[in-house]
Design a binder for this molecule. Structure first.
Ligand SMILES: Cc1cc2nc3c(=O)[nH]c(=O)nc-3n(C[C@H](O)[C@H](O)[C@H](O)COP(=O)(O)OP(=O)(O)OC[C@H]3O[C@@H](n4cnc5c(N)ncnc54)[C@H](O)[C@@H]3O)c2cc1C
Length: 508
């Protein structure tokens, strides 16, 4: 039986395992518990044009062509159209497979899928489960199907072991912080994005760009790293409250963005008003906050808010944040999603033999310069199935015994900034608005450290994460400078509009 090691327990990694079930010996490695992922946090749902779904009264029926068109338009046509068509066409079949196995999505009284609306979608096409708990219910359902998988939880993937241009092993820290190596025939990188490179983020604490740094060190090509999605509406509940996401589905259900005087901030700014693409809305929210305003979601037009969004409502209540009386939720933008990633083909193959990448860590070209809401879970599902199929079909030479392999780098001493300083500077430089001179200064500052290779003797997870984040930050900064024109979520102020910089370049 083929041996497959999957790094990541989110929707992408779990779905690869689901389709390999019984046909390969699968190990899933994850940094925390199996529930610790962005996938478990997904609220709004999953965009799909499901067969047999009837159109609402007075509405035209939805179509794959329109889902493709909305995805391309939100992505400012920077997407790879063939990849978008593949996701939109194949994704619904994966969802149907899961429904056939017993996954349940929310339905109307008539038994139809209860489809939601989100920004930049021309139709209601968002499937959801448990109201705003789609990610948790979907990912847990898939986990529950994985009865024959070996789980290595609290296990930190470090670096690939490469022999003759092919990945044969993975170095990792086990749950006791001891360094180990696992060997296999195929490796699947499904380690998610980069949220914690930024101060304000919707992402789970385990999401620190490790997989991207591992891929870079292994020599893989990364693409479109300038394109980061900042979500317009993270909860702004003060310093003591974790800024969870307030889903775009809340705006889809009728909420409006207003300032402290109840003035709607999207009027006159976009034809799509509060449901404009995320990059547009985030820039406007950011601009208003920079101008000294407080921004809120006015939920007075959302029918039965607590029933539609039970997890959000309960979080607000737990943190004593009133929304029922004021009908307002304070928000701010934050880092949400990485459009770029490790370059793959349609089967998830990277440039490195036997290494696949899937989900948010991968670059398939579907999201273009700005991801359409609720397309990420769909990408994870559809491309994960292709990865599993490719692994099962792969005709390879018999697996060799690599247990005695002793190829290791020489010891390197890492010189790292503090995490707080890195994250602060990254947030100032590579956020919603970027300035070329600041990016150059940021790169000069980064160049005073040494983080390109991990010190093989280091077993401190915090330090390894910081080294990984530095490498990813450098890659994003270079990608941003290499793209002098603004496009979608990459928004660059022209040189002449740049204010005088005061940031020092020294280490501290
Ligand atoms: C709050 C929130 C709401 C969202 N809502 C939606 C939505 O409604 N619809 C939608 O389509 N998308 C949504 N998204 C985006 C979507 O959830 C993610 O893009 C998607 O779930 C990513 O799946 P993934 O499997 O690629 O990665 P993840 O689900 O992030 O999983 C990554 C896994 O890799 C593990 N890992 C990372 N580094 C290491 C390491 N070094 N060693 C071992 N393991 C490691 C992590 O612990 C985790 O298990 C949302 C995202 C967030 C944060």
């Amino acid at each position: 039986m083929k041996k497959v090691v999957i790094i990541g327990s989110g929707i992408a990694g779990a779905t690869v395992a689901y389709y390999l079930k019984g046909q390969a010996a699968v190990t899933i490695i994850c940094k925390g518990n199996r529930e610790d992922s962005n996938s478990m946090l997904a609220q709004g749902g999953i965009a799909a044009v499901m067969k047999g779904q009837q159109a609402e009264k007075g509405q035209e029926p939805d179509s794959e062509a329109e889902h493709v068109a909305d995805t391309l338009s939100a992505g400012v046509f920077h997407n790879q159209p063939k990849a978008v068509e593949k996701m939109v066409h194949e994704g619904p079949q994966v969802i149907q497979d899961l429904i056939d196995q017993g996954m349940s999505f929310d339905r109307t009284a008539e038994g139809q899928l209860d489809l939601g609306l989100e920004g930049a979608h021309s139709h209601k096409r968002i499937l959801h489960a448990g109201g705003d708990q789609t990610g948790r219910q979907l990912t847990s359902f898939i986990h529950d199907q994985l009865t024959s998988v070996k789980w290595l939880t609290h296990t930190f993937a470090l670096d690939f072991v490469i022999e003759d241009g092919r990945v044969v092993g993975l170095d990792y820290l086990d749950e006791n912080h001891q360094k180990q190596t696992i060997f296999a025939d195929y490796f699947v990188l499904a380690s998610g994005g980069i949220g914690h490179l930024f101060q304000d983020t919707s992402n789970h604490a385990t999401i620190t760009g490790d997989g991207l740094a591992m891929a870079l060190r292994a020599g893989c090509e990364l693409s479109d790293m300038a394109f980061l999605q900042f979500h317009p509406s993270l909860l702004d509940g003060g310093k003591k409250v974790q800024p969870i996401l307030i889903s775009e589905a809340v705006r889809g259900a009728g909420a409006r963005l207003v300032d402290e005087h109840d003035c709607p901030i999207m009027v006159g700014r976009s034809n799509q008003l509060d449901l404009a693409p995320r990059d547009v809305v985030s820039r406007i929210v950011n601009e208003q906050i920079q101008a000294g305003h407080k921004i809120y979601l006015d939920i007075s037009d959302v029918v039965h808010f607590s029933q539609q969004f039970p997890a959000i409502a309960s979080y607000l209540q737990q943190n004593n944040l009133d929304f029922a009386t004021s009908q307002r939720i304070p928000i701010k933008p934050g880092m949400h999603f990485l459009m770029g990633g490790v370059k793959t083909d349609f089967s998830g193959r990277t440039g490195l033999n036997r290494l696949y990448a899937v989900g948010e860590v991968a670059f398939t070209g579907v999201h273009g310069a700005n991801r359409l809401a609720s397309n990420s879970l769909l990408e994870g599902l559809s491309f994960a199935k292709s990865v599993a199929e490719d692994i099962l079909a792969y005709r390879a030479s018999a697996s060799q015994n690599h247990q005695k392999l002793k190829v290791r780098q020489n010891s390197v001493s890492m010189i790292l900034p503090s995490r707080a300083d890195l994250v602060k500077r990254t947030s100032e430089t590579l956020g919603i608005i970027r300035r070329p001179a600041s990016i150059r200064q940021f790169l000069a500052w980064l160049s005073t450290f040494n983080y390109q290779h991990l010190d093989p003797t280091c077993t401190d997870r915090e330090q390894i994460e910081t080294a990984n984040l530095c490498l990813v930050a450098e890659t994003i900064a270079k990608a941003a400078l290499a793209r002098p024109e603004s496009l979608g979520a990459h928004y660059l102020l022209p040189e002449e509009e740049e204010p005088h910089e005061s940031t020092s370049t020294g280490k501290n």
